[in-house]
Design a protein around this ligand. Sequence first.
Ligand code: AMP
Ligand code: TRP
Length: 343
Amino acid sequence: MAGCRASVDLYDRPVARVFSGIQPTGDLHLGNYLGALRQFTRDQHDHDAVFCIVDLHALTVPQDPHELGRRTLDTARVHLAAGLDPSVCTLFVQSHVHEHAELSWLMECTASVGELRRMTQFKEKADKAPEQEFVAAALFTYPALMAADILLYGADRVPVGADQRQHLELARDLAVRFNHRFGDTFVVPAAAVPTVGARIMDLQRPTEKMSKSSVSPQGTVGLLEDPASITRKIRRAVTDTEVEVRYDPEAKPGVSNLLTILGAAVGEDPAQLARRYQQYGELKVDCAEAVVALLEPIQARYAELAAEPSRTAAILAEGAAKARAVAAPVLEQARAAVGLLPR
Ligand code: AMP
Ligand code: TRP
């Protein structure tokens, strides 16, 4: 069985392969950047890096058909503005490479109902839904598609924020189980979660993560938001009734979140940074300045890209062709491993 891996050179690569995805479901925010996107831009230089706008994942919750395509293109533009360089990495749209949907089926046949039911993201989303609200079956099977995304590229390293750890564990389990049942086919991936910034919290509700679907727009900092608005939001961030600046996410979630954001922006340890501040006000001023400076070059590049829409579309077309060249043989190998008739 081990022989069936020979057709795809997933193992003997000089550099590790990186894969990750972001949904085109809303405006990307500071959490997306510090938790994921910034890692992508670093990884592209010393890895074989593949990044995907996961539009199929977005369909797990209702999307406006008139908006989805535009949002997909725009999310790609933000990736490029953040610093992804298409001459050194691959950037593409998930639905442009049909192998994702096909391998997803094989992953659904490899995952158990029990393990999918344990996914906290599913539990949260399904439980939050009001009684009569439509909950798509795909919201439940979503981690199987995510595993397929990763395994198609033989990725060893998957840069994500902390909220995706459990999905990554499942992807690992599915790879190991498939390999055990059908012979070595997939590389077993590992999550790469940043030490600072893996979970940026909402500025207004600091016990909840900053999210694209937040009910408090004042709690979320958009990557393309104007500096005055960013500064206002950070100055108004919820802290607590104490006065001491201390890094203690349990007891002081709001202040700790500001220290984390500042630490991630300037590359310092949040607990060390805390010692420099006597007042929340000074911390907020520095935090706002650091975030504005961090986002400034991204916003400038975004404006350039937005002025030339065909450029991003061409990059995505090229990216899909490169991605398909990697994904197609891996899918064929998986099909053969489970015994599907060659086509
Ligand atoms: P999503 O917005 O769910 O498509 O997430 C895209 C990427 O951003 C994933 O790797 C997430 O783990 C990461 N991410 C999302 N929200 C946050 C957050 N508040 N803090 C850090 N990383 C995040
Ligand atoms: N589920 C991820 C999120 O919501 C997005 C995603 C889809 C992904 N496929 C992926 C992330 C593959 C990493 C690798 O954030």
